[in-house]
Design a protein around this ligand. Structure first.
Ligand code: GLY
Length: 551
């Protein structure tokens, strides 16, 4: 504790020195997956816009320069912190299964699952996009600038062109089928079918026109009329058709939910409730770790890596069994987070031996039956933690008027039953697929904002976010250092260690404790902002193209 107090005193001293040297800490900040998106967000903040206004401007630019990860053809979850009232609101813009979806749609004619890669590039995987409707709702409640004034940087980048970022270039050469889709080919490939290279300038005039319409007419220009008709036609006319209809699009509604908050040591950590599994899993892992006091260890110690993997294993067993869209499945949230239940689950953890694959627990109250993250704070102390997605890189690989349609429905379970029992996350019409997206806010016990963070990367999002939290809260690392920490992931199976980092050297030690270990690359995708003194510091994952900037 002495060391922690010393570090806290040093942070205050540093803030005072910075202020005296005229280097006051930034009072507003944007951290996102591309510098142009960050600049668009900052420009909105400079004009007096709010954190939500900045998030809309940054999202529109990401749809242009990071099209493989998110955009208006996808969905997302946004946590908003109100700097005046300290209230947190969770906005759910998750894609929804069309009315024509069936529990067997991801099975082949022999009743076998198509498999993730067999289902991604299809019309079947496309859910009703939710990002735009959700952003419109958040804007009505927290916007300061006019909706139409948030689109100019994105329209300019799409119309006048931008340099292909390294990650987009890497994905273009990694997915061979992409060039077969005429819209995608026209924007991202040369006439001979070779992918455009990092640094080359490209434009997306169709997307500029689409965003122009949405800026002028609002999201109705997207959910009704010609753009909606084209989305439905493309999905229904695909070689592997889905059922997306005009009625599905017109009926889409974003949902406001209560954020899921729980205590962790000195703080309160708040995340996204179901249909995301991110909030529950993060709070479960932190609660399981708390009594092991990993703040006494250092990042990368064998003991802390082992404990994080084991706690994640337990959380994923519960996630896979219980968490799905709460409109369809009764998720035993209070039970999954109750201290008594977690104390029972903690008994399965040993500090020096892996328990191997585990089954889900029996929480009280249980009744049988391509992604991107941005973190923003404005000068009024409002904050946004927003994870946005089209699912796989390039989504369903269907381009409509310059934007890509999501394949979010592959986040459903391909089967509807296991061991004779219905699977919580089975496909049902109008249902939202379970997510791992984990937009997170950390408060102190007086409800003052301490940090905003989140990540990209499918179910690895949970491990990413969780380890950045542990890095900041337990090991007192800067947000950049916590984001860069080498990663250990366990989704109730193999313990993955990030290749090329010091963690790879722990493989033998973990095997000796009973872990099955795989050393593999990690994509990451974290961005975060954290309070320092009277301002903010930010960070973006060095594994990707993003940055954090403040002023
Ligand atoms: N498609 C990523 C997620 O929602 O977890």
């Amino acid at each position: 504790m002495k060391l922690r107090r010393l570090l806290a005193a040093l942070a205050v001293l540093l803030a005072v020195c910075r202020a005296q040297a005229g280097l006051a800490a930034p009072q507003a900040m944007v951290a996102a997956a591309h510098p142009l998106a960050v600049e668009a967000g900052l420009e909105v903040l400079r004009r007096g816009g709010s954190a939500v206004d900045a998030a809309i401007a940054a999202q529109m630019v990401l749809g242009v320069v990071e099209p493989q990860a998110s955009g208006i053809g996808g969905g997302g979850f946004l946590l908003h912190y109100d700097g005046a009232t300290h209230a947190i609101t969770a906005y759910d813009g998750r894609e929804t299964a069309p009315a024509g979806a069936t529990p067997t749609m991801f099975l082949d004619s022999n009743g076998k699952p198509l498999g993730y890669f067999g289902a991604v590039a299809s019309g079947i995987s496309v859910g009703v996009p939710g990002a735009l409707a959700m952003l419109e709702l958040a804007h009505k409640e927290h916007g300061k600038l006019a909706w139409r004034d948030l689109f100019a940087p994105a329209i300019a980048a799409a119309r006048d062109g931008f340099a292909v970022p390294p990650r987009l270039a890497a994905w273009l050469s990694r997915i061979p089928g992409l060039r077969e889709e005429p819209g995608i080919r026209a924007v991202y490939f040369n006439a001979d079918g070779s992918p455009r290279k990092a640094g080359e300038r490209i434009a997306n005039p169709d997307l500029a026109e689409t965003m122009h319409l949405i800026a002028d007419q609002g999201p109705d220009a997207f959910y009704r009329g010609a753009i909606a008709a084209e989305m439905a036609d493309r999905v229904r006319g695909h070689a592997r058709p889905g059922t997306l209809s005009l009625a599905d699009l017109a009926d889409y509604r974003p949902i406001k939910r209560d954020a899921l908050c729980g205590p962790y040591r000195l703080w309160v950590v708040c995340g996204m409730p179901p249909p995301s599994s991110g909030g529950i899993a993060t709070l479960q892992v932190l609660a399981l770790l708390e009594l092991f006091e990993i703040w006494r260890d250092t990042a990368g110690d064998l003991r802390s890596v082992h404990l994080i993997a084991e706690a994640s294993r337990l959380a994923f067993a519960d996630r896979d069994r219980y968490v799905a869209d709460p409109a369809f499945v009764k998720v035993p949230m209070a039970g999954l987070l109750s201290p008594a239940y977690l104390a029972e689950r903690r008994k399965l953890m040993s500090p020096n031996r892996s328990m191997g694959k585990v089954g889900p627990g029996m929480p009280p109250g249980y009744v049988e039956r391509g992604t991107s993250h941005m973190s923003i704070v404005d000068r009024w102390g409002n904050a946004v933690s927003f994870t946005t997605t089209i699912e796989a890189p390039f989504g369903a690989q269907i381009m409509v008027r310059g934007f890509l349609l999501n394949n979010e429905l592959t986040d459903f379970s391909p089967r509807s039953e296991a061991d004779g029992k219905p699977i919580a996350n089975r496909v049902e019409p109008g249902k939202r697929p379970r997510s791992s997206m984990s937009p997170t806010l950390v408060l102190d016990r007086d409800n003052r904002l301490v940090a905003a963070l989140g990540s990209a990367g499918g179910s690895r999002i949970i491990g990413d976010t969780l380890q950045a939290l542990v890095g900041m809260l337990d090991w007192n690392l800067s947000v950049s250092a916590a984001i860069a920490l080498p990663r250990v992931i366990n989704a109730n199976g193999t313990t993955e260690l990030e290749a090329g980092t010091s963690l790879a050297g722990l493989a033998d030690g973990l095997r000796a404790m009973g872990h099955q270990v795989q050393v593999r690359g990690h994509e990451g995708g974290l961005t975060g902002i954290r309070r320092v003194g009277d301002g903010w510091e930010g960070g973006a994952d060095p594994r990707r193209d993003g940055v954090a900037r403040g002023e």
